[in-house]
Design a protein around this ligand. Structure first.
Ligand code: IMP
Ligand code: MG
Length: 188
């Protein structure tokens, strides 16, 4: 999986095989929980797109999908918690069982704002599935994440949809960059 060209990798935190195993388990659990429901899986662009594509193929239900793109003001490493909707959902979620798919919950500020926005639209239910949870960074104490892939330590990670300055989303595993690659001169 790794080659000499991948010299920017400090350490692989979660190998591809572990991700695939976890995604299968999450898919099975969600399949059980949403039997007979009108499930709409909502992916938060862009970080969740790889995870969501794998996850929904492990959910054995006639679900539908929609996407939202939000941006939190601030730099590429720190979130400010002020959420701006760049692309809203295409379809109404009123009366629909909505499952939000996120790449990672860090401070939880983004998710808190998103849940507030979507709950005003009166979905039948509103739950969250996040691949990664950086629990020790949480600033929103009572935030409920219904399905979590992996709890991870306070490290900035990339790969499998997650980026630093829009790069590294295409790598099929979760990894930590070498410190020098988090410098601004490498963001181009
Ligand atoms: P929160 O509002 O602090 O929970 O931030 C959540 C968002 O910050 C995620 O959706 C990511 O876009 C970004 N983020 C937080 N931690 C990481 C990381 O380790 N790698 C890549 N993106 C991250
Ligand atoms: Mg994101």
């Amino acid at each position: 999986m790794m080659s000499d060209q991948d010299s920017f990798i400090e350490r692989v935190l979660i190998p591809h095989e572990d991700i695939q195993q976890k995604v299968r388990e999450l898919g099975e659990q969600i399949t059980r929980d949403y039997q007979g429901k009108d499930l709409r899986v909502v992916g938060i662009l862009r970080g969740a797109f790889i995870f969501m594509a794998d996850l929904i193929r492990n959910i054995k239900l006639p679900l539908s999908v929609d996407f939202m793109s939000i941006s939190s003001y601030g730099g590429s490493v720190e979130s400010s918690g002020v959420v701006r909707i760049l692309k809203d959902l295409d379809k109404s979620i009123t009366g629909v069982d909505v499952l939000i798919v996120e790449d990672i919950v860090d401070t939880g500020l983004t998710l808190k704002h998103l849940l507030e926005v979507l709950s005003t639209r009166n979905p039948a239910s509103l739950r969250v599935c996040a691949l990664l949870d950086k629990k020790e960074r949480r600033l929103v104490p009572d935030l409920k994440i219904d399905y979590v892939g992996f709890e991870i330590p306070n490290l900035f990670v990339v790969g499998y949809g997650l980026d630093f300055a829009e790069k590294y989303r295409n790598y099929p595993f979760i990894f930590v960059l070498k410190p020098e690659y988090y410098q601004p001169e490498f963001t181009r």
